[in-house]
Design a protein around this ligand. Structure first.
Ligand code: PLP
Length: 398
């Protein structure tokens, strides 16, 4: 869209997020694509409306604010087409509906985002589509689970609570020859650090609510498809009547401008924090794929070029009162759902009830953190104080 868009040399993600998705010549010279609100688009003549000869025909079918965002994400993900959804969950459900029909079988990773599990076990089940959950570390062995009616495999790598990394190329090698579609939730690494379509996925999904937005102020989702899946995805999307508010698109477009910078800064601080926690006497295990101790670190190193702001750690076992003592009095870490904003978050999570194909082996309390843009020392001190409070309420003395 900007004059650089026609240049065919490959560009770094940092350049794509700063230069794509805007064309100042079309907007009186102003740098950013403005918010274009509207439902009706006026046509000049019968000839024009009959032949649908306007770039935009109706609000639900897109507008310049949406297109700017779609364009940036398509470029980042190396996709053919990107569509925008009102939430990450809606992006997932719309994408699943575009590849599945009655009688089909879906293989879903056991670590999947919980509301996706609910969709599969309710709506898809009612439609006569079966969902089977698989161990995310299965890799090429997924072949043993395939049935003649298996139509799609969904991955989330790493899982956003427990951070198992999936061997996507190995899964793709088994699925591609059989025409099985692979959907990948790429919210954690973002296309700055991971490109599932290049590794064999067919559709990539983002909870735009998280890193794309970056400021905890908008709900959003994106779906990017390869050439082979773009038409069916568009058909399903249109049939379902999915569309987004141009204000939300604008906020996502604005967030994308600093995505690379925020990933680098927050991801770097998160990894430093993970390394520090690994040496803490109260910490049993740190679940962060960029640590050499992580069980799938080799796959991570091969397929990812960096790591995100979100990770978890498991504390030595203690009762609920120890968790409460830790998280209730944090100074900087806020307690709440979601992640990917500029502010740090802390969340105690119970994993066992969210698994059906695998058994969660850890007894200790799992704490998930999103590392924000605060000063690193301040954050580390806040966590250290929290761990001190946890220790006081447990048998583990510091
Ligand atoms: C939050 C999240 C979603 C869902 O996004 P919403 O915008 O909250 O609907 C999907 N996948 C992952 C990995 C997430 O963290």
């Amino acid at each position: 869209m900007s004059k650089n868009d026609t240049n065919s040399t490959p560009k770094s993600p940092a350049t794509i997020v700063t230069h794509h998705g805007r064309n100042p010549e079309n907007q009186f010279g102003f740098v950013n694509t403005p918010i274009v609100r509207g439902s009706t688009v006026l046509f000049d003549s019968y000839e024009q409306i009959k032949g649908n000869k306007r770039t935009y025909a109706y609000g639900r079918h897109g507008n310049p604010t949406d297109d700017a965002v779609r364009h940036v994400i398509t470029e980042l993900e190396h996709g053919a087409e990107t569509l925008l959804a009102p939430s990450g969950v809606n992006a997932i459900t719309t994408a699943l509906l575009s590849v599945l029909s009655t009688g089909d079988d879906l293989l879903m990773c056991d670590t999947v985002y919980e509301p996706t599990r609910q969709f599969c076990d309710s709506v898809l089940q009612k439609m006569g589509i079966t969902t089977r959950y698989y161990d995310p570390t299965i890799g090429a062995d997924i072949e043993q689970l395939l049935q003649p009616n298996t139509r799609a495999v969904m991955t989330e790598s790493p899982g956003s609570l427990t951070f198992e990394v999936q061997d996507l190329p190995a899964i793709a090698k088994v699925c591609a020859p059989r025409g099985i579609s692979i959907l990948a939730d790429n919210s954690w690494a973002s296309p700055i650090y991971y490109k599932p379509l290049d590794l064999g996925a067919n559709i990539v999904i983002h909870a735009g609510t998280k890193m794309f937005a970056g400021h905890s102020d908008v709900m959003f989702g994106t779906i990017t498809a390869d050439e082979a899946h773009a038409q069916e995805l568009k058909k399903t999307y249109r049939a379902l009547g999915v569309c987004v508010s141009p204000e939300d698109s604008f906020l996502i477009g604005r967030g994308l401008r600093t995505l690379e910078l925020r990933m680098r800064e927050q991801g770097g601080k998160a990894l430093a924090m993970a390394e520090w926690l690994q040496g803490h006497p109260l910490v049993e295990t740190v679940l962060h794929p960029a640590l050499p101790s992580h069980p799938q670190h080799q796959i991570f190193k091969r397929d990812f070029t960096g790591s995100g702001s979100l990770f978890s750690f498991i504390l030595k076992p203690a009762g609920e009162e120890a968790i409460a003592a830790m998280v209730d009095d944090m100074n900087l870490f806020g307690m709440g759902y979601s992640w990917g904003g500029y502010e740090s978050l802390i969340l105690p999570v119970k994993i066992a009830s969210q698994r059906s194909a695998t058994t969660w082996p850890h007894e200790g309390n799992l704490i998930r953190v999103n590392i924000g843009l605060e000063g690193y020392e301040d954050l580390q001190n806040d966590l250290a104080d929290g761990l001190e409070r946890y220790s006081q309420m447990s048998n583990h003395k510091l």
